[in-house]
Structure formats: C-alpha cells, structure tokens
Unconditional design. Structure first.
Length: 94
C-alpha cells in the first residue's frame, strides 16, 4: 500500500491530521476557557522572549531570526520553545 501512495496522497493525510489536531485543540479550549488564557499568556511571554533575544543579539552575538517558524514555536511553546531555539542555535552553529 505504501508503494501506491504518491506524494499528494501523503500530503492529504498530513493535512487531514493537522486539521483533526486543530479541531481537537479548539474543542479542548472551548471546554476549558481558562486554558485559553494560559495559552495566550504563554504565547505572549514567548514572543516577548524572542524579541528580547533578538534585541540582545548585538551584545551577545547569538540571535534567532524572526520568521514564521520561530514565531510559531514561540507562540505555541512559550519561553521553553525560545530557550530550545537558542540551544539549537548554539549547538548546531546555525
């Protein structure tokens, strides 16, 4: 069966999985509205941390570029996500 799947078929499965995950998160958030506030606060702290890292990059020499992926990580994972981006940047010398 895997041999018959084209790249379009796999992409459709990934798209369906992402859609199902988003629906699951929305159901979870509507069932527990306090979770939405915590998630928003964590995302705000993550974005502020990403901004702070880039503001201090002129002094430290270590910065993380602001783009769709890094901002998404900062919003979803918060401060630990930004710390993970910094660790990856230092360890992999990107």
């Amino acid at each position: 069966m895997l041999a018959t799947l084209s790249s379009n078929g796999i992409g459709e499965y990934l798209l369906f999985g992402a859609f199902a995950f988003i629906v699951f998160l929305l159901i979870l958030l509507f069932r527990n509205p306090r979770l939405l506030g915590k998630w928003a606060l964590s995302g705000g702290i993550g974005c502020f941390a990403l901004w702070g890292v880039n503001a201090l990059s002129t002094f430290t020499g270590i910065g993380v570029g602001i783009n769709l992926w890094t901002t998404g990580i900062a919003v979803i994972l918060g401060f630990p996500g930004v710390a993970g981006l910094l660790i990856l940047r230092v360890c992999l010398h990107l």
